[in-house]
Design a protein around this ligand. Structure first.
Ligand SMILES: [Zn+2]
Length: 262
């Protein structure tokens, strides 16, 4: 297995994973979506709501606000010593108090833990008109994406096969393919057509259609995958990928233990 990082930002990553099966690539994608515990608001006590929005709608909006998550500080509720009752090791409390006229933003949620705060402070929650009030407390806890979409730390991660672009000897350098490709995969070097950006190829095959003498062949390498990952800010992009790999490893270890006990 080989990993080549193409871009690594705080919230976005692009990398090539090679020497794996399509099943493993899909397992990594699914682990990123469903198996990484993330903090999200799960319970809301509304003391006063004279806004135009129903309590349930408001609670739903609060649940979807991405929260920065430190997995070294908190445990899943079901794995906590409090046995699910809720304590400072498994949950964080937020308070919100606002009176119109104003726009209530995610930054108005005051957290009991300065590290567990909204990933973006400018997410609008509701607009309050003159005299409208909103007072609530909200409790966030860890959960997994397979339980509810609000616990997904990523915008759906995607991958595609690494393309194999072959230009045969019979190429007469007519450059039709260079013009046909919408992604700038080809360039001309010393009057010869060369592949300069293979990872940009979307396998649309316009180059193959443009080539009158069938000198280009585009196929897919089904052991190498170009991944694109974008997080919602709850984790860094690098942490999401390593946590997903940890989740797969933990499942494999658990399966091994089961098989040994048979
Ligand atoms: Zn607890």
């Amino acid at each position: 297995m080989k990993l080549e990082i193409l871009d690594l930002g705080d919230r976005k990553a692009r990398f090539v994973l090679s020497g794996v099966t399509p099943a493993f690539a899909n397992a990594l994608r699914r682990a990123m979506l469903a198996d990484i515990p993330k903090m999200a608001i799960d319970y809301v006590d509304i003391y006063d709501n004279t806004s135009v929005m129903f309590d349930e709608m408001l609670a739903h909006r609060l649940g979807l606000i991405p929260l920065k998550t430190n997995l070294n500080m908190y445990k899943l509720k079901e794995e906590c010593d409090c046995k699910g009752a809720g304590c400072s090791l498994c949950q964080v409390t937020f308070t919100l108090s606002a009176e119109g006229p104003c726009m209530v933003h995610s930054r108005d949620l005051k957290s009991s833990d300065p590290e567990t705060v909204p990933a973006d402070d400018n997410i609008p929650i509701i607009e309050l008109k003159e005299g409208q009030k909103l007072v609530l407390t909200a409790v966030a806890r860890l959960g997994r994406g397979k339980e509810h979409a609000k616990y997904q730390p990523v915008c759906p991660p995607g991958y595609k096969y690494v393309p194999i672009i072959e230009i045969s000897e019979k190429c007469d350098s007519c450059k039709q393919c260079v013009e046909a490709c919408p992604r700038g995969v080809f360039a001309v070097d010393n009057n010869k057509v060369v592949v300069v950006s293979p990872y940009e190829c979307s396998m649309c095959e316009l180059c193959m259609e443009a080539c009158d003498i069938n000198a280009i062949k585009v196929s897919a390498d089904n052991t190498a995958f170009i991944f694109s990952v974008e997080t919602d800010g709850s984790f860094s992009a690098g942490e999401v990928v390593t946590r997903a790999a940890d989740a797969i490893r933990a499942k494999a270890v658990a399966l091994g233990e089961v098989m040994e006990s048979l």
